[in-house]
Write a protein that binds this ligand. Structure first.
Ligand code: TNX
Length: 526
């Protein structure tokens, strides 16, 4: 009691000094990222009771369980129950809403005694819950909050701008295993990203088990870029990651980079190569050794050999078998070969024959690929002979192996000397009408630890998330930076080793959580 009195008198002292009365005390509204399409704040609260129900209708069981998991980190005892419009929390799957909300949109309403989330799909409900999570105190991210929780009353209607909101992790140059990948998936889901592209193979390492080609991992997975980790995912691990992702509305996009960037396969199966290795790269001895350097564009499958296509069909066949999502990425970047276009067309038809949609880096559009193809633009230099759907990964906006600020150690700068700032990522605008979304790659030649990966991904991936989700007219860099600063504490509690971008006023002091400032007469402000 004494403690409370001391605290209150301190608050009044501060108010006095600021020239405010208790009635005028204003509390910052929770910062929601990505910014919702429509949000209306009301001047009142919902108070979380000591005991509450989570009601759901048929089809919404999984979402009710997600919400219950969130509530477990508060003082409330929650019970799930079939039914509609209960006092407490309501999770409602309403397929008819697809016309207005699409497959991923949702409505979130917080009134005096009901918090309701409605959507046409479980994906939409999941996103409604992520928004609600951002309205709760940040402390719920790692501990049980015992202080009274009051949520601002509000009404949100939210629909994403793009269907493709992706992150890419290169686990070939330096290996990142299931634990880090799952952590990354959790964080992506929180910011409503829905595609994780895994760059599984490159010169330095082959990272996915292919049962019919065991040497790919027996030999090819042993290497890594100098200082990086080696290893590979078994098919079981890959499938488990995929389930984990699917539960969070994320599709895994596997990339087998071909016909270049392929040395780890060539050293395992030298018959896929045209020449003696020592002829193409003097540092490579015979029998071949692992490659730990940075150079790109020097290794390739021998496209004159028909057996190369057997290899491609075997590898893609197994990948199609273990992949739930609709996509297989065939790479296709940074290689010169007379038979390149022929290769791309054949690989595309193999993928389509397996019932999947092909994705490739932008160079593939030099070939007359099928109209279903998706190309990924990274330097915007390719003259395309076909119109395809496009994923925007422009290096000057989204190459997160580049420096956060000029001169940052262990970063690239070949695309843009100053690096890729938070603002560079945030201000990207897609001009191509065929754009289906955005994706930010993290190449890992110079990213050798989990902490370094966090530092390159975050917070730029949060900017990317807003580019992918929020309508252009709803975006404003300064407003984003203000909201981002208010996510500092939450990111700390989520254990994200984010780069402290100097332009952001990070609220990352545990004791300064916005909600601990709450007073009964408070008003929410922007
Ligand atoms: C280009 S862009 C690459 C990668 C490198 C990256 C380094 C593209 C499709 N390929 O192989 O890792 O630059 O920034």
């Amino acid at each position: 009691m004494k403690n409370i009195q001391v605290k209150l008198s301190l608050v009044f002292l501060v108010l006095f000094q600021l020239g405010l009365s208790a009635q005028e005390l204003e509390v910052a509204k929770p910062a929601i990222i990505p910014k919702p399409s429509e949000i209306e704040w009301k001047d009142d609260f919902f108070t979380l009771q000591k005991s509450t129900v989570v009601c759901f209708n048929p089809g919404a069981e999984t979402s009710a369980a997600w919400l219950q998991e969130l509530l477990e980190n508060t003082y409330t005892q929650s019970y799930t129950m079939k039914g509609e419009n209960c006092t407490g929390f309501n999770i409602l799957l309403e397929p008819d809403l697809e016309q207005s909300l699409g497959k991923e949109g949702y409505k979130l309403n917080i009134s005096s005694n009901i918090v309701s989330i409605k959507a046409a799909t479980e994906a939409g409900l999941f996103y409604g819950i992520q928004t609600l999570r951002q309205v709760f105190p940040p402390e719920i991210e790692n501990e049980k909050v015992l202080n009274e929780i009051k949520l601002p009353q509000l009404s949100v209607t939210d629909v994403p701008k793009f269907e493709w909101r992706g992150s890419m992790l290169d686990i070939a140059r330096s290996f990142f295993g299931p634990d880090y990948i799952k952590k990354h998936l959790d964080r992506m889901a929180f910011y409503k990203l829905n595609r994780l592209h895994l760059h599984l193979t490159d010169d330095q390492g082959w990272r996915i088990e292919i049962k019919q080609k065991p040497k790919l991992t027996e030999l090819g997975s042993k290497g890594a870029v100098k200082g990086g980790r080696s290893g590979y995912l078994t098919q079981e691990q890959y499938k488990e990651i995929q389930e984990y992702a699917a539960a969070r509305n994320i599709i895994i996009i596997p990339e087998i980079d071909m016909p270049g960037h392929i040395y780890s396969a060539l050293m395992a199966y030298p018959e896929l190569n045209c020449e003696e290795f020592s002829n193409i790269e003097p540092r490579l001895a015979t029998p071949p050794e692992l490659f730990h350097e940075y150079q790109v564009g020097w290794s390739k499958l021998c496209l004159d050999k028909p057996e190369v296509y057997d290899f491609v069909a075997t590898v893609l066949g197994e990948m199609a078998e273990i992949t739930k999502g609709e996509y297989l990425h065939i790479g296709g970047d940074e290689i010169e070969d007379e038979r390149y276009k022929e290769f791309v067309i054949k690989a595309d038809s193999i993928v389509r024959g397996l019932g999947k949609t092909t994705i490739g880096w932008e160079e593939v559009t030099k070939a007359a690929v099928d109209s279903t193809f998706i190309s990924q633009r990274w330097n915007n230099k390719t003259k395309s002979v076909v119109n395809t759907r496009v994923i925007q990964s422009l290096c000057s906006s989204f190459y997160f192996d580049h420096a956060n600020i000029p001169g940052q150690e262990m970063t690239n700068n070949w695309c843009q000397e100053r690096g890729v700032s938070l603002k560079d990522a945030y201000t990207f605008i897609a001009k191509n009408p065929n754009t289906i979304g955005v994706e930010a790659p993290l190449w890992t030649e110079m990213v050798l630890s989990n902490d370094a990966a966090d530092n390159r991904f975050w917070p730029r991936t949060i900017a990317l998330a807003e580019v992918g989700w929020s309508a252009n007219e709803n975006k404003d860099y300064q407003d984003f930076v203000n909201r981002l600063g208010r996510h500092g504490l939450r990111l700390d509690l989520m254990d994200v080793n984010y780069f402290r971008s100097p332009e952001v006023n990070w609220n990352s002091n545990r004791n300064k959580g916005v909600f601990s400032e709450f007073m009964p007469d408070s008003k929410w402000i922007d």
